[in-house]
Structure formats: structure tokens, C-alpha cells
Ligand binder design. Structure first.
Ligand SMILES: NC(=O)N[C@H]1NC(=O)NC1=O
Ligand SMILES: [Zn+2]
Ligand SMILES: [Zn+2]
Length: 506
């Protein structure tokens, strides 16, 4: 090519390449929009004989348009109504608000080999969870500042299949630094979380009552909750070091003795004293305390009931593993069931169910706290050294249903414990119920379909072998999960693109 010709052709080629590039960018963003959902409609109806609404279970249809619930029509009012849009008929399957799990450790960034945003949120979607709130610890660094929250958001971006909010950490380092806490809250955490005993994670130290009081008073201005892991180590108990390495370390009863109910009781007593102080100081407006994963259904629960009756703004959650298992049945060396506070005896479990059914326990959460199999020490079975935490994220709906049936649990109760009340705690007023104007976060499931959690079962969270539920039979199969109107999961298949969004409080 001669020199002059090159001069004319090159700019033309560059122009052509630019056009092609722009065309590609435009179209790839268009196709990724469609990849968010396995259903190619923006306006459609979900029909079923069993739709769980705050007004009860109805037979009818839910109209969804551009991610929101546009209307809910009962079957008897359906005739004569003009039906614009596609109809998906789920017949007898249950249509319920998507679950909101307010207590999940996704460990991303920093310990993504334990769990991760893609794996954790795929598991959530397959289990009917449409929103989860990520805990500030077990990832690295811990989410204790504006900067570390940014790292979380960056790690979550375009990698989450359901919506994800974040709790920030209240730790000694930031507790007396109101401007640091405000920066973290302004950056969008939905509230703060702290520990009253060692957390098991070095960069997440425990707090005392004065840290907690400071945290609660800053949070009150934002009307966001403080979540607390309520256990305080008591002196009188057997020393871990003395027992470690002995045969006893393989027996569950040894571990159980190391964390008696008095640990929970001491923590809750102290927390209630703090809320009383805040009230007497006239600072209670907007302040809210949430106790995570209650296991002790005796004295600790009584203290919570008293405080609630006295007008304190307190809520409490428990987890499916405390409702499904009891200490008596945990085999020696089965560290899959090690968690803190520990799973207690069968009588304690019965009382937990009673408290839940009577409304003294407000909600449920998974406390999905995974690790790698090596740290669960499954081969060795040393309860004192193994990682404490139960992997369960994908299974919480069928577990609550399967174990709750014998107590007469209703679909409305499931929606209350897993959607409505968690939505309120997380400040998500457009989520948590199938109601006109809300976001279309919905799970479709078949309560009577049983399945075995065997090795062939598709589990999406990492390391299913450490989950205490593997090897059990459950009832309640999730058919489909919709997040803001996107069908993100359908019968073993996820939408191609991860279109969940980070939820930031403002
Ligand atoms: N660090 C951490 O996730 N700890 C959790 N595990 C557990 O069993 N209880 C917890 O608080
Ligand atoms: Zn905890
Ligand atoms: Zn936890």
C-alpha cells in the first residue's frame, strides 16, 4: 500500500472499528438486561390457589409490572377483569414473599474460599431467599469502616443473584468514634453488629456494655438497629485448654458444657440494663436492639420477655438448627453441628418452638457461617478446636417447614418469621410481603414434595459436606424465585446474569 492510500484508509478503518465497538456495547448491555430473568416478560401475572398475603392465604393472581406488584386479584374477582400480560399458573404451589435472611456470613472478599457472593447468593436463590444481609465478619477485612464497606460493595457488584444488604461492625476501635460510625452509617450499612464474647475472628474484637451504649446512641439518630451476639464468658466454666486434646473433646457434651445458658443470660442481662439506661437518659427514641441466634429458651428468654413487656424496643431471632436438632442426638465427633451458642437439649428445643409460636421470638435467620472442611475437622472430630458455624443457607425454608409441621406451623407464620419481620428489622419497607406497591420478591414452592439431601442433590453454597443437613430428608421444594420481578431461579437453573443489587440505607 502506498503511503497516501494508507493515510486515507486508516482513519476510515478507525471510524468503522469505533462504530462496531459502540454497536457491540449497546447490544451487549441490552442482552445482559434479558439475562437477569428466566422469564422474558416485564408485565405478567402469577396465579395460584395458595398466595400468602398479610390478609391471609388467597386463591388468585398477582400482577407484576417492571419489578413491582401492581395488583392482587382474588379468584372470585378475576372474571371480567381485563388481563394484560402473560399468565404463569402455579396451580396448587404456594406463592409466598421471598425469604429475607438477616444473618448470613458470605466471607467475601478475603475468605472467599469459605463462601462467596456468587455461590452464597445462588444458594439463597435456590432456597427461596430473595434478600440477605451480610454479616461484617469472617470476610477480610471486616466491615467496620466506610472504606471496608466499599470493598464489600465492590466485591458484590454484578456477582450477586439476590439483593444483598450489609451490617457494619461495632468494635472497640470505632465505638467511641462517633464520626467514624456516622461515616459507616452514611455509606449505607443497614445497622451495626457486635459481639460480647470473642468472635473467633482476630480483626473483629468483642465489645463491652459501654461500647454498646455508644453504638446504640449513634444508631438511634439513624433509626437503625444494633444486632448483638449475646454470650459473655463466665469464669466458673471448665477450661477449654484443660480438655483440649483429651478424648472428651470429641464428645458433644464436653463442648456443650463450655458454653452454658448462663453465658447467654449474663449477656442479655447486661444488654437489658443498657437499654434501661438509655431510656432513663431519654435517648431511647429510634434506638433498637436485636439479639441474634437465641439458643437458651429459659432464663435468657424470660429476660427478653420482661424487657419487651416493659416497653423496650427489642427483637430476637433464633435459627433453624436450634429448632431442628438437640444435644442428645449429636454424635461424638460430628462437628458439623458445632455452633455458638450451642444446640442445647431436647427440652430446650421444645421451649424454643413454644416461644416462637407464641410470638416471643420474632423471627428466624440462618446464621449461615461456613468455613473450609479442613477447619471443621471432620476427620478428627475435636469439638473444642473445630470452627463453630452451621452451613444451611439453601435449606432454611424446607427445614423450618419440615420440622415445624409437627407443631402446626402455618404458611402465614413462615411469612411472618422469614419475610415480614426481617424486612422491618432491615428497614426494607418495600419488601417482606405480597402487597400492592411492594417489590416483586416472591418464592414459589411445593410444601408436600419431599427430597433427600444426598450427594447428588444440587447444593450451591460451598462445601456442602460440612452442612449438618446433608443426609437428611426434607419436605418443601422450591420451584421458582423472583427478585424484583426477575425470575432468578427455576427448577435447578439460575438466570445467566447476576442481577441482584447491593442494598444501601440512606
Ligand atoms: N464468627 C462467626 O461466624 N461465628 C458464628 N458461628 C457460630 O456458630 N456462631 C457465630 O456467632
Ligand atoms: Zn454470632
Ligand atoms: Zn453469625
Amino acid at each position: 500500500m502506498d503511503y497516501m492510500l494508507q493515510w486515507r484508509v486508516l482513519p476510515l478503518l478507525t471510524l468503522l472499528a469505533s462504530f462496531l465497538f459502540l454497536f457491540y456495547v449497546q447490544n451487549s448491555s441490552k442482552s445482559s438486561y434479558k439475562e437477569c430473568s428466566l422469564l422474558p416478560y416485564q408485565h405478567y401475572w402469577i396465579t395460584s390457589k395458595r398466595i400468602v398475603t398479610p390478609q391471609g392465604v388467597i386463591s388468585g393472581s398477582v400482577e407484576i409490572k417492571e419489578g413491582k406488584i401492581l395488583s392482587i386479584v382474588k379468584e372470585e374477582d378475576w372474571q371480567g377483569k381485563s388481563k394484560v400480560g402473560h399468565i404463569v399458573d402455579y396451580e396448587e404451589a404456594v406463592v409466598m414473599p421471598g425469604l429475607i435472611d438477616v444473618h448470613v456470613h458470605l466471607d467475601d472478599p478475603g475468605r472467599a474460599e469459605w463462601e462467596g457472593f456468587p455461590s452464597g447468593t445462588k444458594a439463597a436463590a435456590a432456597g427461596g431467599i430473595t434478600t440477605l444481609v451480610d454479616m461484617p465478619l469472617n470476610s477480610f477485612p471486616s466491615t467496620v469502616s466506610q472504606e471496608t464497606l466499599k470493598l464489600k460493595i465492590k466485591a458484590a457488584k454484578e456477582r450477586i443473584y439476590v439483593d444483598v444488604g450489609f451490617w457494619g461492625g461495632l468494635v472497640p476501635e470505632n465505638a467511641f468514634n462517633a464520626s467514624a460510625l456516622e461515616a459507616l452509617l452514611n455509606a449505607g450499612v443497614l445497622g451495626l453488629k457486635s459481639f460480647m464474647c470473642p468472635s473467633g475472628i482476630n480483626d473483629f474484637p468483642m465489645t463491652n456494655a459501654s461500647h454498646i451504649k455508644e453504638g446504640l446512641s449513634v444508631l438511634a439518630k439513624y433509626r437503625r438497629p444494633l444486632l448483638v451476639h449475646a454470650e459473655i464468658q463466665q469464669d466458673s466454666e471448665i477450661h477449654l485448654e484443660a480438655k483440649d486434646g483429651s478424648d472428651d473433646a470429641h464428645s458433644y457434651s464436653t463442648y456443650l458444657k463450655t458454653r452454658p445458658p448462663s453465658w447467654e443470660e449474663a449477656a442479655i442481662r447486661e444488654l437489658v440494663a443498657v437499654t434501661k439506661e438509655i431510656r432513663s437518659g431519654g435517648l431511647a427514641e429510634g434506638s433498637h436492639l436485636h439479639i441474634v441466634h437465641l439458643s437458651d429458651s429459659s432464663s435468657s428468654l424470660e429476660l427478653i420477655k420482661e424487657a419487651k413487656n416493659g416497653g423496650d424496643s427489642i427483637t430476637v431471632e433464633t435459627c433453624p438448627h436450634y429448632l431442628a436438632f438437640s444435644a442428645e442426638e449429636i454424635r461424638d465427633g460430628d462437628t458439623r453441628l458445632k455452633c455458638a451458642p450451642p444446640i442445647r437439649d431436647a427440652a430446650n428445643k421444645e421451649k424454643l418452638w413454644e416461644a416462637l409460636l407464641e410470638g416471643h421470638i420474632d423471627m428466624l435467620s440462618s446464621d449461615h457461617s461456613p468455613t473450609v472442611p479442613e477447619l471443621k475437622l471432620l476427620d478428627d472430630g475435636n469439638f473444642l478446636r473445630a470452627w463453630g458455624g452451621i452451613s444451611s443457607l439453601q435449606f432454611v425454608l424446607p427445614v423450618t417447614w419440615s420440622y415445624g409441621r409437627k407443631y402446626g406451623v402455618t404458611l402465614e407464620q413462615l411469612a411472618l418469621w422469614w419475610s415480614e419481620r426481617p424486612a422491618k428489622l432491615a428497614g426494607q419497607e418495600l419488601k417482606g410481603a405480597i402487597a400492592t406497591g411492594n417489590l416483586a420478591d416472591i418464592v414459589i414452592w411445593e410444601p408436600d414434595v419431599e427430597f433427600d439431601l444426598n450427594d447428588d442433590y444440587p447444593v450451591y453454597f460451598k462445601h456442602p459436606s460440612i452442612s449438618a443437613y446433608m443426609g437428611t430428608k426434607l419436605s418443601g421444594r422450591v420451584l421458582a424465585t423472583f427478585v424484583r420481578g426477575n425470575l432468578v431461579y427455576k427448577e435447578g437453573k439460575h438466570a445467566p446474569a447476576a442481577c441482584g443489587v447491593p442494598i444501601l440505607a440512606r
